[in-house]
Design a protein around this ligand. Structure first.
Ligand SMILES: NC(=O)c1ccc[n+]([C@@H]2O[C@H](COP(=O)([O-])OP(=O)(O)OC[C@H]3O[C@@H](n4cnc5c(N)ncnc54)[C@H](OP(=O)(O)O)[C@@H]3O)[C@@H](O)[C@H]2O)c1
Length: 287
């Protein structure tokens, strides 16, 4: 126990991209509102989570900020991400959104600022300039994008005056993201993988994953997260409202899937199912 009452524990592995050191598993915060939201963010940090993913759009920035302060975990130990919505990608709107995020989070900077979704109505060059400006103003340590396809990613890299460290996209065994994953590696970027459980979907009951989980005395959730982290440069950001699952979702670095297990799970990509596909989504890469 240190003097803030936080249990000492082995540090989470980190993934590196353009100077960012990103904890290899994170914690998602959609819908974590009100007192329950504040409490679960604080609990996640106390249990060892160090990578918190929020967004202006989620309306959880106040709760995330309160949870961080309540946790007793020093700010500098936390890797905090927020995002600017697709409606706010013009330069002036972008700057207002970031300033609003910092105010609600009550922090001086975030560690990672992302463009939440691409928006073809707004010139990408203007958005990339606004993103780089936020970094140059010290409002964020690192920058990146979310939900960018391989073509959009190449365009963003070309147009952005500062290096992009991350593309945050849906990533789990039921979705074929090999092209996008390879593109992220080529650009030296980390892929942050959202919806690892397809929002608590039937992937958690998959028979192949269940068989491997039983053989390894792990839960299906842990097998999925371990599979994701064994994809080079990929960090999942599961969400949970239950402390025992927060613990479970961190306890994935003391075993390794064999090549055969990894390939069996990888073959589930043939299902090619996507969970997040709003009307403003881009035309996705095809496998
Ligand atoms: N950039 C983007 O556009 C984007 C889009 C979507 C999501 N995200 C981010 O990614 C995060 C994660 O995605 P998500 O929240 O959509 O869904 P998710 O993490 O795939 O699934 C969350 C669901 O899984 C359940 N769960 C969590 N841990 C479990 C475990 N160990 N065993 C069994 N069930 C478990 C949770 O239930 P309990 O609460 O009951 O445990 C919850 O219902 C989001 O919160 C958000 O931060 C980003």
């Amino acid at each position: 126990m240190n003097d803030t009452g936080v249990l000492a524990r082995p540090a989470l592995p980190r993934l590196y991209a353009h100077g960012a050191a990103i904890p290899a598993v994170g914690f998602g915060t959609t819908d974590l509102k009100g007192d329950a939201g504040r409490e679960i963010v604080a609990t996640a940090l106390r249990l060892g989570h160090r990578h918190i993913d929020t967004a202006r759009k989620y309306g959880t920035e106040v709760e995330v900020g309160d949870g961080i302060r309540a946790s007793g975990v020093p700010r500098e130990e936390i890797f905090l991400t927020t995002k600017v919505s697709h409606e706010n990608l013009r330069a002036a709107d972008f700057a207002r959104s970031v300033e609003g995020s910092l105010k609600d989070l009550r922090v001086d900077y975030v560690d990672l600022l992302l463009v939440h979704w691409p928006n073809p109505q707004i010139p990408l060059a203007e958005t990339m300039q606004a993103l780089a400006t936020a970094k140059r103003r010290g409002l964020t340590r690192h920058i990146g994008v979310a939900n960018f396809t391989t073509a959009l990613l190449a365009e963003a890299v070309r147009l952005c005056p500062e290096p992009l460290a991350v593309n945050e996209v849906e990533f789990h065994p039921y979705l074929d993201q090999r092209k996008l994953h390879a593109a992220c590696r080529r650009h030296g970027m980390v892929l942050i993988g959202y919806c690892p459980f397809m929002r608590g979907g039937d992937i958690l009951d998959d028979p192949v994953i269940g068989e491997i989980a039983a053989a390894r005395s792990r839960t299906p959730a842990q097998i999925i997260l371990r599979w994701i982290t064994q994809n080079e440069g990929v960090a999942p950001i599961p969400k949970s409202t239950r402390p025992e699952r927060l613990r479970e979702n961190l306890a994935i670095f003391d075993f390794t899937l064999t090549d055969e297990e990894f390939e069996r799970i990888g073959a589930l990509r043939a299902k090619n199912r996507r969970r997040a596909n709003p009307p403003h989504a881009p035309v996705w890469d095809t496998p």
